[in-house]
Design a protein around this ligand. Structure first.
Ligand code: CU
Length: 150
């Protein structure tokens, strides 16, 4: 456990640096004439799927359709590395620490009812982004997927 937490802390430092870069790019990159790419996100108990899984850097709209039966949320956060997810957990052991991920988070949709379709528009720099639902236990049940921005 000690190793896990200390290595997580190092990763969080890297996440913060990447998020700062993303913020700068966001500030000067919006307002162009290029239409946003649409990523279709489908959530249900307990999976989340995104298509396409690779998009170009720039404006991206995540169109999130919740097929239920539970309410689900969608958080988008930048993650370092080429494979695997090493997200920090809260002490409840059931939810990812959104506090620790705050600087890496590019956007979020709060829990949406079954049948809802909502959109999250973001401006993304190249990198890997995890889409996940953080309702208690949902991430652990498998509600996470990665979208790559090139
Ligand atoms: Cu969920």
């Amino acid at each position: 456990m000690d190793t896990y937490w200390s290595s997580s802390a190092k990763r969080l430092g890297a996440l913060g640096a990447l998020a700062a870069v993303a913020t700068v790019l966001t500030a000067c990159g919006s307002g162009g004439g290029t239409p946003a790419q649409v990523v279709s996100v489908n959530e249900r108990d307990f999976v989340i799927m995104a298509s396409p899984k690779v998009v170009d850097a720039g404006d991206v709209v995540f169109r999130d359709h919740n097929h239920g039966p539970d309410a689900h949320e969608m958080i988008v956060a930048r993650v370092p590395g080429k494979s695997g997810l090493h997200l920090p957990f809260r002490s409840d052991g059931l939810t990812v620490s959104e506090e620790a991920l705050q600087r890496a988070t590019v956007g979020a949709l709060e829990p949406g009812e079954a049948g809802s379709v909502r959109e999250l528009r973001v401006h993304l720099a190249p990198g890997r982004y995890v889409l996940f639902c953080n309702m208690a236990g949902h991430f652990m049940a498998g509600m996470e997927t990665v979208v790559t921005v090139r």
